[in-house]
Design a binder for this molecule. Structure first.
Ligand code: SF4
Length: 360
């Protein structure tokens, strides 16, 4: 998978002629033994994940979690973890958790110098766009996204040339290059409101054809789109959901709007990751099935032990590139810095801030 061209190659001098490693220096690898001190310091974290992570596995994870949490202070770093991170990252080392836009917005409110983005590359770019003065690192530069890779800035320019006057809305799951060419950004939470905010009868909502179709089903606005899809959510089928209901008649099924419309139609509720989490916490169903990436169900299950989760598991291979070991290496070596061309960043920021300023 190729990564957006706005990224400088690893090790390229990018700020005042210096790489992040030059600016911050390398730190020695800490001892990663499971000592009494580590056990005591990580005991409160284990309480949060004990329903998900077997006790026998904790001594293997705890030393790295403890080392990362100490290093964060030394580097004045903040760790942003997307809802699809594994529970050891999500509950163990993250300072801010949420969907990609929540993370980027919250990061602007911290006084950290360094952001470690535990998520995929477009998310790190969005953080850099909103916090250009901060150093943004990603633990694996190859963490891409099938949606973000489906379209380029040149594609958007061609779309605009062929459809003059039609507003182009981009889902946040795109590169900075694409955001820079669009009128406004949206998330899966606010896509419908953004579509209707233009007051016109036709808009483009790119690049996710399923999100666009699901939004189009709720509005009179004609929603044109692009042939992109999330490789995780498009694998779910309506038949699969019907089969689960036969086995578990009491189960409540909640789906992400990146799923095909026929899957969303079979669900009891459809919403963004944040809305899905709220729904489970508020409704406290006896049994629930989250039709989204597996780790999110694990993370919510840790916080709602009384709800029985049935997990039809689709993993995102890109999100799963981010591991505790790679986060530790990132903080020690200050490598894999994400940079965005300032001209592109300025244009992309306009699209993101327009959405934020809609206050929907
Ligand atoms: S879950 Fe889908 S949209 Fe999210 S990063 Fe993975 S491929 Fe991209």
């Amino acid at each position: 998978m190729t990564i957006a061209q706005t990224t400088a190659p690893v090790g390229t001098p990018i700020k005042d002629g210096l790489s992040a490693l030059d600016r911050y220096g390398k730190l020695n690898r800490p001892d990663l033994s499971y000592t009494a001190e580590v056990a005591e310091a990580t005991a409160p974290i284990y309480q949060k994940v004990k329903h998900i992570i077997p006790e026998i596995e904790w001594p293997a994870l705890a030393p790295t979690i403890h080392a990362i949490n100490k290093l964060k202070k030394e580097r004045n770093a903040v760790i942003l973890a997307h809802n699809y991170m594994t529970p050891d990252i999500f509950h163990g080392v993250a300072d801010i958790v949420g969907d990609s836009l929540q993370l980027a917005i919250e990061a602007t409110r911290t006084d950290a110098d360094v952001i470690v983005q535990c998520g995929v590359h477009f998310m790190a770019e969005t953080s850099k766009i909103l916090s250009p003065e901060k150093t943004v690192l990603i633990p694996d530069m190859k963490a891409g996204c099938s949606l973000a890779e489906s379209i380029t800035g040149a594609d958007v320019r061609a779309l605009r040339e062929r459809n003059p006057g039609v507003p182009i809305i981009t889902y946040v799951n795109t590169s900075a290059d694409v955001k820079a060419e669009c009128d406004i950004c949206c998330t899966s939470s606010n896509a419908l409101q953004v579509v209707e905010s233009f007051g016109v009868d036709k808009v483009f909502l790119i690049p996710d054809k399923y999100l666009a179709a699901n939004v189009g089903n709720k509005t009179d606005v004609e929603v044109l789109t692009w042939d992109g899809a999330c490789e995780v959510h498009e694998r779910f089928t309506a038949q699969e959901l019907r089969d689960y209901r036969k086995i578990e008649p009491k189960v409540k099924i909640i789906a992400h709007p990146e799923c095909p419309p026929e899957v969303v139609a079979e669900a009891d509720f459809a919403g963004s990751t944040a809305h899905m989490i709220d729904w489970v916490k508020t409704k406290q169903p006896e049994k629930v099935m989250m039709i989204t990436e597996c780790s999110m169900a694990d993370n919510v299950a840790s916080e709602t032990p009384e709800v029985n989760f049935i997990r039809p598991c689709n993993l995102c291979p890109h999100m799963k590139r981010i591991t505790l070991d790679k986060i530790l290496d990132t903080l020690l070596e200050m490598k894999d810095e994400v940079v965005v061309d300032p001209v592109i960043a300025d244009k992309a920021r306009v699209a993101v801030e327009r959405m934020i300023n809609l206050k929907i």
